[in-house]
Design a protein around this ligand. Sequence first.
Ligand SMILES: O=C(O)CCC(=O)C(=O)O
Length: 394
Amino acid sequence: MSVLEQVWEHLDHFAQQNQEINGTFVAMLDAPPTALEFLRMVHQGRPVLIKNAVKDWPAMQKWTNAYFRRVMGKETITVACTPDGRADAVKVDDKTGKRYFCTPFERQMTFDAFLDILEDSGTDPQSLVHYVSLQNGSMTSEFYSLMPDIVREVDWCSEALGSSPDAVNFWFGDERSVTTMHKDPYENCYAVLRGQKTFVLIPPTEAMYLHEQAFPPATYEQDPVHNHTLRLKPLEDSEPVPWIELDPTNPDLSRFPQFSKAKPLTVTVQQGDMLYLPAMWFHQVHQQGEDGVIAVNYWYDIDYQNPLYTTFPNTTSSDPRTKTATLTTVDGQDEYQDCLPCRLVGATALTGLGAYAWLEARKVRRLPGRTGTVAALGLTGAVAFGAGIYRLTM
Ligand SMILES: O=C(O)CCC(=O)C(=O)O
């Protein structure tokens, strides 16, 4: 048996054992956990459905379409548009037959215009599918006006993990949108506020049954001739993107034979409930709801000190849009690159301190016998200023 076959057998055994021990069971809580209970859940690394977790949020009463129109109807938002509702997905180029990882066409429009399209969507089956699914903290950027209606962070989760969320995202679409199978390097607290969402989940132990491959990237763009349609545009100079092509709800086992050994878990999150989705679990997401489906999720960064994550071959998200802080490989070494707003805040604080110390040094210079103080202030100014510039690059 070759080394590769031995490794495969080992991983297979590992996955099968996990299936035997844990089955396809999703635990359920009737109310939010305490921080300690949640920490135990994170430690187990299995999804948990938390019933009634968000039923007291003002959003549950307030978030009608009329309210959205009143509060932020005229504000511009980003909406992902696709012909078939699959925004980040493997698509075949009709002309060449080549497969690409394709991102959606992103349209800027007012919230009113998006609601008009959503409320009208049943009338034109040919119309593009619109999904508010911008990530990287859309709740605090584009939907900030709605922030008072929800919580800034999930207190028991922040307390358990010892940090605030990296990103809070707002999702609004209808049943035509399906998020294809992928994983994220985040502990995910996912709350449904209107309609319901069905998650198909696969544990990280079953990664090798999913036939993940690297695909050349492409994006949808507006067709210049028929500008109500989209066409696929390959992105020539970009790196291939690892992605999963198979549909776990209708797998083509002749192309993806290993998937026959996977044991997906399916869980439906109803309005008012929250799903704890552990980091690195693969998930595909469907949604159901006559008046559209709304969700808010909180992404908490995983603890990279855990050897399970640092040794994972592909710890960074396979979704190129879902990163704030990421591990990137530079000359074969992992280097931590913080998010831009964090770097800007740090750099401003440090350079500000540097400038202040330097100005003070200039004032004190005029006083007799204070050479030592001037030197100390000048040095502090130079060091803090230099540290500020360095912080920008970290
Ligand atoms: O709700 C969705 O469509 C996708 C959610 C998701 O992929 C996530 O929270 O990581």
